[in-house]
Design a protein around this ligand. Structure first.
Ligand code: DX5
Ligand code: ZN
Length: 222
């Protein structure tokens, strides 16, 4: 599965040098930049929003993959698109009108994603399949980096893959991804992998390159 996308989560990077860190993972060979937006409400932690995303947009040409862990994603969709996000993912748990939200994201010229917390069944995707570009399967409870992978998501990924029935929709998995866990989710049907701690450990471009290569190598033969 040579074409699995690797999306380093900048949550594990040095925020004091965010633009440089993005340049470094870009040079190290990542595919997307995963941006964990947290509001201190949907999740206990707080990170950043559109102004900071816009401020670092110049650091790479690679797609910005925004993961909105916020209670009211609809309020700021336009701002995320203007800030330069290419993929915008909302959590199914907070969208009363998921069909409309996904249509809005595409109308803004972005690819539309839905994320599911570990407890969330995949059935909520059934009637929005044709509005989807990406499903972001949480393999930890969102809010913090460095948590352990929850193996219960492996079956869920396989069921989502069946539900998609050949549609061109990425299945991205987020949380606890390492060279040990990556093969488990790719075998089940994942096409994109978020990795924070496993990519940013080592703290420099050379380490990031080795870390990204180790994840790619772990799924290369699948
Ligand atoms: C968790 C975030 C993840 C997180 C992953 O709320 O959505 O993107 O940064 O971090 P690791 O790879 O360290 O589990
Ligand atoms: Zn994330």
């Amino acid at each position: 599965m040579a074409n699995v996308k690797i999306a380093p989560s900048v949550l594990a990077s040095d925020f004091g040098r965010l633009a440089d860190e993005i340049r470094a993972v870009d040079a190290a060979g990542c595919d997307w930049i995963h941006l964990d937006v947290m509001d201190g409400h949907f999740v206990p932690n707080l990170t950043f929003g559109p102004p900071i995303i816009q401020a670092v947009r110049h650091a790479t040409d690679k797609p910005f993959d925004a993961h909105l862990m916020v209670s009211n994603p609809d309020r700021l969709l336009v701002e995320y698109a203007k800030a330069g996000c290419n993929l915008i993912t909302v959590h199914a748990e907070v969208c009363d009108h998921l069909d409309r939200t996904l249509a809005q994201i595409r109308d803004l010229g972005c690819r539309a994603g839905v994320s599911l917390n570990p407890h969330m069944p995949e059935d909520c995707l059934r009637y929005v399949l044709d509005r989807l570009d990406l499903v972001l399967v949480m393999s930890v409870n969102p809010g913090f980096g460095g948590q352990s992978f929850l193996p219960t998501v492996i079956d869920k990924i396989a069921r989502i893959n069946q539900l998609l029935d050949g549609r061109v929709v990425d299945i991205e998995v987020d949380g606890g991804i390492t060279p040990e866990t990556a093969p488990l989710v790719v075998e089940a049907g994942a096409t994109a992998l978020v990795a924070g701690s496993a990519v940013f450990k080592g703290g420099n471009e050379e380490a990031y390159r080795k870390n990204i290569e180790a994840i790619r190598a772990s799924v290369a033969s699948l």
